[in-house]
Design a protein around this ligand. Structure first.
Ligand code: ADE
Length: 240
């Protein structure tokens, strides 16, 4: 998969993607990241990329032309069609379903805003999808772009070492939060590992994990339970 980042700080996003699973994906040639700085496409001595908003008010708005030239350069660098995603707090909420859809694209262009935002005409002309990573305001789209890169990279075939681990994640498969995990030692001053996990009984372990996932989801994210499709026994667990 190819990801192009349009940003005043493209190196920042690339740095976020240099480590761990995403770094390994790049080393394995499963993901390539390319940065494009609109300032490099801006004109004049000051290489201006923003201006005051019409109608007044605080902050600055990013200019159409430097952004458009950067997007064009990214498009031209690879002929495969690209979905352009703008990161902003006004976007639709990012979730694992959107991540999966994006991970299935052969390339995406991530557009990061700064200041008060981007001229709406550029968004209307160039952007296929606007995404938010949560109901809070960041000082720019770069951290959100890094979140998208990380989430889509780990879903590329061959990136995760244990092929099952993505399926077991929270929000994958059954759409529930993940169950608790334990490793050695069995006995620790902070507590003991639940006995069932040491039993070797895989059916019992799966049942325990499912129950824990359901209880945890009810406590922390009851909104996710509606889509979980509970058996009669599972519904009883939650009544208790
Ligand atoms: N840019 C600023 N805040 C953001 C958010 N919450 N999500 C995506 N992009 C952003």
């Amino acid at each position: 998969m190819r990801v192009d980042i349009i940003s005043l700080f493209p190196e920042f996003v690339a740095q976020c993607a240099a480590f761990g699973v995403v770094g390994r994906a790049q080393e394995r040639g499963l993901l390539s990241i390319h940065g494009w700085n609109p300032r490099d496409f801006a004109e004049g001595n000051y290489r201006r990329v923003d201006d005051r908003p019409f109608g007044g008010g605080p902050g600055m708005v990013m200019l159409i032309d430097p952004l458009r030239a950067a997007i064009d350069a990214a498009r031209t660098a690879d002929p495969a069609p690209a979905r352009v995603v703008y990161l902003s707090p006004q976007g639709r909420a990012l979730n694992q379903a959107r991540v999966r859809a994006l991970a299935g694209q052969s390339r995406i262009i991530l557009l990061c805003g700064r200041y008060e935002g981007v001229d709406e005409r550029l968004l209307a002309a160039e952007v296929d999808e606007e995404l938010s990573i949560g109901d809070y305001v960041l000082s720019g789209g770069e951290l959100a772009a890094a979140v998208v890169v990380d989430a889509v990279a780990r879903l590329q075939d061959g990136v995760l070492n244990d092929a099952d681990s993505a399926v077991q994640d929270s929000f994958e498969g059954d759409g529930l939060l993940d169950c608790p995990h334990y490793t050695r030692p069995v006995e620790h001053s902070l507590g003991t590992v639940p006995e069932v996990l040491l039993s070797g009984n895989h059916a019992e372990i799966a049942r325990w994990r499912r129950r824990q996932a359901l209880l945890r989801t009810r406590e922390r994210r009851p909104d996710l339970l509606a889509a979980a499709g509970l058996s009669a026994e599972e519904a009883r667990w939650l009544e208790a």
